[in-house]
Design a protein around this ligand. Structure first.
Ligand code: FPP
Length: 248
């Protein structure tokens, strides 16, 4: 499949990578082996997205709430994240990918934070695709941080309360630099948002795929992208209004 087969390619795709634990459980394996298999899927789906010409891919890799998981699972996930950043460094740089991160990066252990920040800096000038890892991330937490930043400006007298509208508040979010989220995919059959990109999801198309993340393949991504192309995105307008505006 190439981008020409998908004329209405989303600019920004977000993925809630769910089902690693169940994949392992089905095989009588420890949960961490599910995350390991999931990390392989991350590599392949990142490559496929870059090849298709998707501008931004945002992956929910570790939520603010995931810190409460068993200590061994958290430690294993941190090692997988470190390995990903280190092992994929050359491929990310050679393919013009910019690596970004969302969330409370300061909470991550140095073994992840340091190679992550190094690659963020090294890839900052790349323009082919931005790969964003949501790490220690929560949508509510992200909006709360934005509200605090706005409140600080109001207190400092550099922002008037009446100038704080949705666009202005959105500009304080860490996603403000990314294209608007067009498509959100969740694997594993669960139909929830689980605190991911709550603000950004406002007009995104949602797709819930009944496949566990370690088994999610390029073909599943292509199916989602094809289905995305058939959706009518109205952004609060009517179909007739959309048809009129496309005539202009
Ligand atoms: C949810 O599945 C998945 C996670 C909490 C972690 C996602 C991590 C990876 C895919 C691997 C590492 C990431 C990168 C970027 C290399 P779950 O454990 O909640 O699954 P379950 O609902 O079946 O238990």
């Amino acid at each position: 499949m190439t981008a020409t087969d998908l004329p209405d390619l989303p600019r920004h795709v977000g993925i809630i990578m769910d089902g690693n634990g169940r994949w392992a459980q089905l095989r009588d394996q420890p949960r961490l082996s599910g995350h390991k298999a999931g990390a392989e899927t991350v590599r392949d789906i990142t490559r496929a997205s870059r090849e298709l010409g998707i501008e931004a891919l945002t992956l929910y890799a570790f939520s603010s709430q995931n810190w409460a998981r068993p200590v061994d699972e958290v430690a294993g996930l941190m090692e997988l994240l470190r390995d990903f950043v280190i092992d994929e460094r050359a491929e990310i740089l050679d393919n013009g990918i910019r690596l970004e991160a969302l969330g409370e990066i300061e909470r991550l252990p140095a073994l992840v934070r340091e190679p992550l920040e190094e690659l963020r800096t090294a890839s900052a000038g790349n323009t082919k695709m931005v790969l964003t890892l949501a790490l220690s991330y929560g949508g509510r937490e992200s909006i709360t941080r934005a509200a605090r930043a706005a409140a600080r400006e109001i207190v400092a007298g550099t922002l008037r309360v009446e100038d704080l509208d949705a666009d202005k508040l959105g500009s304080y979010l860490p996603t403000a630099k990314l294209p608007a989220l067009d498509l959100l995919i969740r694997t594993s059959g669960e139909q929830r948002i689980s605190n991911f990109m709550l603000w950004e999801v406002a007009y995104a198309e949602l797709m819930f795929v009944d496949v566990l993340w370690p088994e999610f393949r390029r073909a599943h991504l292509y199916e989602c992208l094809k289905a995305y192309g058939t959706r009518e995105r109205r952004f609060g307008l009517t179909s007739a209004q959309l048809a009129d505006s496309s005539d202009v």
